[in-house]
Structures are given as C-alpha cells and as structure tokens.
Design a protein around this ligand. Structure first.
Ligand SMILES: *[C@@H]1O[C@H](CO)[C@@H](O)[C@H](O)[C@H]1NC(C)=O
Ligand SMILES: *[C@@H]1O[C@H](CO)[C@@H](O)[C@H](O)[C@H]1NC(C)=O
Ligand SMILES: *[C@@H]1O[C@H](CO)[C@@H](O)[C@H](O)[C@H]1NC(C)=O
Ligand SMILES: *[C@@H]1O[C@H](CO)[C@@H](O)[C@H](O)[C@H]1NC(C)=O
Ligand SMILES: *[C@@H]1O[C@H](CO)[C@@H](O)[C@H](O)[C@H]1NC(C)=O
Length: 459
C-alpha cells in the first residue's frame, strides 16, 4: 500500500511533534469585544445610539507593531465600525481588552459632507524601517451587508509615523484592477528609504501591483503562480465548512546582498509556496514581459489542509513565519535551508481555541514575532460568542519561537545517522540513488515519522 506521503508531510510533522514541542507564543493581549476611546462616555453613548459604533461588528484583522504602538485594522465588513485603523500604546496597556484609539485621529474615519472618510477599510498595513506606515485601503464598506458601499477605489495611503501626517495618497489606477480585484496584503521593500517599493497582492483577480515610491506610479504583474488551486478552496475552521477562492495572498521579503530582495509568496487557496527576485518586479519592462515566466520559482508544497494566509520574514534569521488558517496554527520555514521540504518546516504554535484563524503575522524591529487570531469564519458565517475571548495578539522572541524546530539552525543531515535509519527501515539503496534528495514516496508512514524525528531532532 502506498500513501501519498509527500502530501501528508507537514500535517504529520505538526501533529506528531505537537506533544514534543510546546507552543512557543504567549498571549499578550486579548479581547472578548473591541472598544474605542471616544474621548468621553457621552460621545461613546452617542456613537452607539446613532449606530456609527456597533461593538459586535468590529473585528481586528491586520496587525503591525512599531516602537511602543500596536496597530490593528478593523475592516468595515459590516456597518458600525468605529475606526478601521486603530492602535494602543503597549507601555500602559493591560492584557485584557486594551482600548483602541483611532489612527491617525477620529476625523480620518468620519465621512464629512458626503465625502468618503480619509481611511475607509484597510485589511493589512505595514510600518517600514523609515518610519512610514503604509495603509492599503480597499475603499469598500459592508462586504457582509446586503448592499456594500464603494467609497473610493483601492488607495495606498502612506503616513509619517513621526508626526502621523499623511505623506501620500495613491489611488490604484483603474486599469490595473478588474471588478473582481481585492487588495488585502502588502509587503514593503524598504532597504532604501527613497527608492522604496510596495507590493500589493490582488487576491480576487490574481495579480501583483508594484508601486515605486520614487516614481509615484505602479504597474501590474501577472503570473500563473498567483492563481488558486481549485481543490484547496474547501476549508473547515471551528466546525464551519466554507469555500474560498483567494488568490495571491502571503507576501514576504528577504533582502539580498545584490540590493534586491527575494519575494516569497503564495495564494491562500493553495498548498504551495513560490518565490521571485524583485529585480524582475522592479523594472516594469521586465516585470510585464511574458518571457519572464521561469524567473518565478516553485518552492514546494506543504500538503493537505495547509492553506496559508499572511506570512512575514524575519530579516535577521531569514525565517519565514506563516499562518496555517485551516489548521489553527503558525509555522515557520528557514528560507536559507536548501529545500522547501518536510524536514525544514517548523511548528511554532497550534491551538484550536487560541489560534482559530491566525489572520496576521509580523516581526517587529526588536526581534519579536507577533500573531493576531480572530475567529473570522465565525464572525462571517455564524456569530461570535461575546462572553468568550474572541481576539488575541500573541508574541514571542523570534529565537524562542523557533527554538527546537527545524527553523532554529541550518539543517545538517548526518550521513551516519541516515545509514542507521536506512538499515532500520530498509530504504533500498537504489531508491536513494535515484533521488539525490530524500524521497519518501512509497515509504510507510511510520518510517517517514522516524526519518522526520531524526531530521528535526538529531543535530
Ligand atoms: C474609480 O475610478 C474610476 C476611473 O477613474 C472612476 O470612474 C470611479 O468613479 C472611481 N470610483 C470611485 C468610487 O471613486
Ligand atoms: C502621486 O500620484 C497620485 C496619483 O497619481 C497623485 O494624486 C499624488 O499627488 C502624487 N503624489 C506625489 C507626491 O507626487
Ligand atoms: C522580453 O524579453 C525577451 C528576452 O529577454 C526580449 O528578447 C524581448 O525583447 C522582451 N520584450 C519586450 C517587449 O521588452
Ligand atoms: C480542541 O482539541 C481538543 C483536543 O484535541 C478537543 O478535545 C476539543 O474538542 C477541541 N475543541 C474544539 C473547539 O474543536
Ligand atoms: C511566556 O511567558 C512566560 C511567563 O511570563 C515566560 O517565562 C516565557 O519565556 C514566555 N515565552 C515566550 C515564548 O516568550
């Protein structure tokens, strides 16, 4: 009997090692329901009365940590979101239900005289190392209401985090979108503060928009690898079954010595990981040239149930952290390891209560990894129980988060140990010769597990 073992690998690795490796993140903040700083009890009461604030319609989704401030986005899925971008200061925040302040201020979230608010509904944001906050605003309110409201076209807004002034507002050109477009993810290549590039993922009409800060313009890149894998659309989270069709989603950058970066990316409706050098993306002529197909690399598959949402790369270690939305888990992969394979994936955290729908992942400038989980499928399809904790922000030092996992150090295969394992489980020499890398096809699962254990723990 032959198992599709390559496909099972991540799942098995995560399950098998669950008891051996403790969860590596701590809950830093948590909420049953969100609340905002309105300035006074009366103003808060008034907002609730006029339904500009419907507390149970506010769900945190995107996360960013800059110095002492923790930012969350609160997309306008439903009507009654007080402010769609907010923050709290962690120097004086308690763990339970920190009160959110609107960013940059209340006026930016109010529709004055029929004009759209300055910020309508961003999903994810990014604070770069130059002190700028990049806010990717979808411009849409009420995606889960009967009649959504299109306030404005997708707009990239950039704030100065030193004084919270709006530096720039860039409306994505209409001809770079389609009616199916939806921009929920952004990565910023900020090695050079003047020549900065932002990468905007279109998950609805799969494409990547490249925005040049210097040129103040963008161009659209298309590739097959941005598209979904149809069979990966079926998910069950917290007992709720649903089907999604999200294309290009996770975007993470690793700077290279060349001055360019490697962009690691994946669609959400997929089990696969890909990469491309930003040298290909940053030049519009190359980026849009059909003959660049092979510049995009397929790295490998994580196996069934391994649909991944947000991802983020820690520049210091080269470790890619990513959310496993269909497994209530966060995992990692050390990008400097030779292959995107089973033995190089690490489990960071997995829990069917505290990690239901990990929705954003970031690493701050002090080397801490942060994850926001928010039970989104319940919010969308059933309803949240507001007597329970629903939203959490978890964190750990990167070194703690990857300790004891395959992401902790460079993977070394010890030939003597490999020989012992081969003898024990009878891997034939010919099979090994045929494949210079390990090949698990046809091995019984038990053998596979033994191999995994050695690969991960014997170093
Ligand atoms: C979006 O852009 C198009 C083309 O410029 C324009 O016709 C349309 O009114 C814009 N939509 C909104 C809501 O501003
Ligand atoms: C950048 O481009 C946008 C849209 O094309 C324009 O509205 C804005 O004024 C430009 N900003 C700068 C700083 O050039
Ligand atoms: C696209 O790239 C190919 C190969 O590098 C080159 O020969 C061709 O001229 C390019 N086409 C355009 C339109 O730039
Ligand atoms: C979570 O997992 C535990 C142990 O596997 C199980 O007993 C429990 O029913 C699960 N809870 C939910 C909400 O799925
Ligand atoms: C979690 O918190 C405990 C107690 O504060 C601490 O000892 C531990 O090191 C923390 N773990 C991580 C991964 O930060």
């Amino acid at each position: 009997m032959s198992f599709p073992i390559n496909c099972l690998h991540l799942l098995i690795a995560i399950m098998i090692f669950a008891p051996l490796t403790a969860n590596k993140l701590n809950i830093s903040y948590q909420w049953k329901i969100l609340d905002f700083d309105f300035g006074s009890v009366e103003k808060r009461q008034a907002a609730i009365q006029e339904k500009s604030f419907v507390p149970e319609n506010n769900l945190p989704l995107g996360l960013e940590v800059y110095k002492t401030r923790i930012f969350v986005t609160v997309p306008r899925w439903k009507f009654g979101v007080a402010a769609s971008l907010a923050y709290f200061d962690r120097t004086n925040a308690q763990m339970e239900s920190p009160i959110l302040k609107p960013y940059p201020n209340w006026d930016a979230h109010r529709s004055l005289g029929g004009e759209p608010p300055e910020i309508v509904s961003p999903f994810r944001i990014r604070a770069d190392q130059c002190g700028r906050l990049w806010v990717l605003d979808t411009g849409l309110e009420g995606l889960l209401e009967e009649i959504p409201r299109v306030y404005k076209n997708t707009t990239l807004m950039i704030y100065d985090l030193h004084n919270d002034q709006l530096l720039r507002s860039y409306e994505v050109p209409y001809d770079q979108t389609t009616e199916d477009s939806f921009f929920a993810n952004i990565a910023v290549e900020d090695e050079n503060c003047q020549d900065t590039y932002a990468y905007l993922g279109d998950l609805g009409a799969p494409a990547l928009l490249v925005y040049s800060w210097k040129q103040n313009r963008s161009w659209k890149v298309k590739h097959n690898f941005f598209h979904i894998k149809p069979l990966a659309g079926d998910m069950t989270v917290a007992g709720i079954n649903f089907q999604w069709t999200d294309g290009l989603f996770g975007l993470a950058l690793r700077p290279e010595k060349t001055g360019y970066s490697t962009l690691f990316f994946h669609p959400m409706t997929s089990f696969d990981e890909f990469s491309v050098n930003t040298k290909v993306l940053r030049d519009e002529a190359i980026a849009t040239n059909k003959s660049n197909y092979y510049e995009f690399k397929y790295l490998g598959s994580r196996g069934p149930k391994s649909q991944s949402g947000a991802s983020f790369l820690d520049k210091r270690t080269g470790v890619l952290f990513y959310a496993l939305v269909n497994l209530n888990a966060v995992a990692c992969w050390r990008t400097t390891n030779p292959g995107y394979s089973m033995e190089s994936q690490g489990r960071v955290y997995m829990n069917n209560v505290t990690m239901v729908f990990p929705n954003d992942v970031k690493v701050d400038n002090d080397g801490n990894v942060w994850v926001l989980s928010d039970r989104l499928p319940e919010f969308m399809y059933t309803s949240l129980d507001y007597s329970q904790v629903n939203f959490r922000i978890l964190s750990a030092k990167v070194s703690e988060a990857i300790k004891g996992t395959a992401c902790a150090s460079k993977l070394v295969k010890n030939p003597e140990i490999m020989q012992v394992i081969e003898n024990k489980i009878g891997v034939s020499k010919t099979q090994n010769k045929k494949n210079s890398a390990w090949n698990y096809n046809g091995l019984p699962i038990l053998s596979y597990v033994i191999l995994s254990a050695f690969a991960i723990f014997v170093r």
